[in-house]
Write a protein that binds this ligand. Structure first.
Ligand SMILES: [Cu+2]
Length: 214
């Protein structure tokens, strides 16, 4: 039976509510964020899959929408930390302002509030590079190091958002300004694949990039 695997994968879905009045009491009000969260990305010299976009002026920033503390849709900047391709999958690591979200475990929701000093909300987008459609049922693990020191080492939540679409993410707290190395380990989707994706991805694929946090 393959179906229980699928159910296990999908039951971990996370809903990013990006801040409603009830959920956001302790979080920074996104409306008070006047500048990008402070990262400037450069393509990692040791990138396993290469980088595009990151480090190219004008191509590594865009905006999205979150609900502010009053539930009002508010534009916030997104910065691309790094990107690469794994066959027909485009992998993009992005950051935006920290946000609260709710984790559903199949029975109930638990709220995940960003730490008071959280630096950003990390989002790893997996998309079909031809159609742009988000690719679900994968597993994404993110590691952030400063020199030899591991700052962050977490499996990323599979998340869904009206504004950002399906992605994998979590809030990240950095100890301060500096240059950091982000490694994104993507495990192939555990799912039934239609023939156009037959045997497309197996095992894991790694994206490494460096970024500067100010
Ligand atoms: Cu998210």
């Amino acid at each position: 039976m393959k179906r229980p695997l699928l159910l296990a994968a999908t039951s971990l879905a996370v809903v990013a509510i990006s801040g409603c009045a009830a959920a956001n009491k302790n979080a920074a009000d996104p409306t008070s964020v006047t500048a990008p969260a402070g990262a400037s990305a450069t393509a990692g010299a040791g990138s396993a899959v290469g980088s595009s976009g990151a480090g190219m002026s004008g191509m590594n920033m865009h905006t999205t929408t979150v609900l502010n503390a009053h539930g009002v849709p508010t534009p916030v900047p997104i910065k691309v930390l790094g990107s690469g391709d794994w066959k027909d999958m485009k992998i993009t690591a992005e950051e935006m302002t920290p946000v609260p979200f709710y984790v559903y475990n199949g029975t109930s929701f638990s709220e995940e509030k960003p730490a008071r000093n959280a630096s950003f909300h990390l989002m790893v987008m997996l998309n079909d590079r031809h159609t742009g459609v988000a690719i679900p049922y994968a597993t994404v693990w993110a590691t952030i190091k400063k020199g030899s020191q591991t700052i962050f080492n977490q499996r990323q939540w599979p998340m869904i958002s009206e504004y950002m679409g399906p992605h994998y993410g979590d809030n990240v707290t950095l100890p301060g300004p500096g240059t950091y190395r982000l490694t994104v380990l993507v495990s192939a989707p555990v799912a039934a694949l239609h023939v156009e994706y037959a045997h497309m991805w197996t095992g894991t694929h790694q994206l490494t990039t460096t970024f500067t946090w100010k």
